[in-house]
Write a protein of this length. Structure first.
Length: 241
């Protein structure tokens, strides 16, 4: 979109969103546009990469991260309109495999099955779900066994694609991906115990230099409404309240 077009499109928001929101945000964006007339222009990626892009000057109105740390880096850089990130949801890590896998029925012990050659995870250097996956494997005392078989994706959405396509036999992916109709029809999942990884507290910040700060804050306020929060669980996100 050209600069002049952006100047006229006061009812559009540029949203940088964590990759686990790919199945979720389009649904919420459609609802919000119908209710308010404000259209969300979304781009997805790992939270770390998005934060780096924002710090380097990417023109974003709202950053929806998959954790607290990366939005806080944007705050620390003096680029946020907020004193601290606002939590809007909580994420969940799951183990997923295709229904046609010989590993079925899967359990967490499937991760150390000798038949396993490839396990998909997101890159723990810049993806919160990847960090959670590595921590869970370490606390389950499986990391050393699984590490040689890890297939590292750029973000959690790509990790889900790897295992859904069969390029990996197992995937440590987000519940948001596993909750989609396609993943429910094609595979099964088991929850990774929450005690094995740092809680995935998904947080957001509004950009200080945005020309649409009011609209960005309004969307974040809408996202925190009880009725909207209640709609998150079927899509794989735990509500804040």
């Amino acid at each position: 979109m050209t600069v002049s077009a952006w100047g006229q499109a006061k009812k559009e928001l540029r949203v940088a969103a964590a990759a686990d929101l790919q199945p979720v945000l389009p649904v919420l964006a459609e609802r919000y546009e119908k209710a308010t007339g404000v259209k969300l222009m979304t781009s997805f990626g790992s939270s770390g990469n998005l934060a780096t892009q924002i710090i380097n000057g990417a023109p974003i109105d709202l950053f929806l991260g998959a954790d607290f740390v990366y939005p806080e880096k944007v705050v620390a850089a003096g680029l946020a309109d907020d004193k601290a990130p606002t939590q809007y949801a909580r994420g969940t890590l799951v183990l997923w495999a295709r229904k046609d896998s010989p590993l079925q029925p899967i359990t967490l012990d499937s991760l150390v099955d000798k038949r396993v050659q490839r396990v998909a995870i997101a890159n723990d250097l810049h993806a919160p779900y990847g960090q959670a996956a590595v921590m869970a494997l370490q606390r389950l005392k499986m990391y050393d066994t699984v590490k040689p078989h890890l297939v590292v994706a750029e973000n959690i959405a790509q990790a889900a694609q790897f295992v859904e396509s069969g390029n990996a036999q197992l995937g440590l992916i987000s519940l948001t991906a596993a909750s989609t109709a396609r993943f429910q029809s094609e595979g099964t999942m088991v929850l990774v115990p929450g005690a094995t990884y740092t809680p995935i507290l998904q947080c957001a910040v509004v950009m200080a230099k945005s020309d649409h700060k009011a609209e960005a804050h309004a969307f974040l306020d809408w996202l925190l409404r009880p009725e909207v929060q209640a709609s998150l669980a079927p899509m794989g996100l735990e509500p804040v309240r």
